[in-house]
Design a protein around this ligand. Structure first.
Ligand SMILES: [Fe+2]
Length: 205
């Protein structure tokens, strides 16, 4: 553990509260950017906001910091709402196999927050484009989702909360458990009281 992390953990007050403002960008892979733009813009109605190629030197060699190992590939960004970006890299055709969404470390799926009205519009747009989808299904109390696969076989979900009306949904308050509710599950994971207290420190009584 780094010295900074050790210090932050031992002196939580001194380090201050860490704040998370949502997803900055989520980066996914395609081997057909045109197909991907057609789906996200035309079918789903998401806005393309930035189109670029990864600068030279980052794909191969010492400049690579974990990004795809190909030079100057396309990297496009869409507005997925709440000031978050959905990004795609375009791999050269045939260079990579299709991924397994159930592999360890893989992204199983992503759910976008939408209003009930927008969820209905997405259903209509999917039907018009003849893209099959599941739902709506109640997946958590008061939260209803539809599921669809994008043309890259990425599993997408669109979740809404009818009780919130048409405004921006408050997702975390809708699902936040009390300490006792969470402990009913957490005790199947660990029996150490100090650990359980720490894990539930952010929950109401
Ligand atoms: Fe989900």
């Amino acid at each position: 553990m780094s010295d900074v992390l050790t210090k932050a953990r031992s002196e939580p007050g001194a380090a201050g509260r860490v704040r998370f403002y949502g997803v900055h960008h989520l980066a996914l892979n395609t081997d057909d950017m045109k197909m991907t733009v057609d789906f996200y813009v035309d079918v789903l109605g998401m806005r393309l906001v930035h189109a670029m190629k990864v600068p030279p030197g980052l794909g191969s060699g010492p400049g690579n910091r974990g990004n795809p190992p190909f030079e100057e590939i396309r990297h496009y960004f869409f507005d997925m709402g709440r000031d978050g970006l959905l990004a795609f890299f375009e791999m050269p055709k045939g260079a990579k196999q299709r991924g397994d969404r159930n592999a360890l470390g893989a992204m199983q799926h992503v759910s976008f927050a939408v209003s009930p009205e927008s969820q209905q519009r997405i259903c209509e747009r999917l039907k018009a484009a003849k893209v099959p989808f599941d739902g709506p299904l109640e997946i958590l109390p008061g939260i209803f989702s539809i599921y669809v696969f994008d043309p890259n076989d990425i599993r997408l979900e669109f979740s809404c909360q009818p009780s919130n009306g048409e405004g921006e949904p408050l997702i975390v308050p809708q699902v936040t458990q009390t300490k006792d509710e969470a402990l009913a599950e957490l005790k199947t994971l660990a029996g150490d009281k100090a650990w359980l207290d720490k894990a539930t420190a952010g929950l109401p009584d």
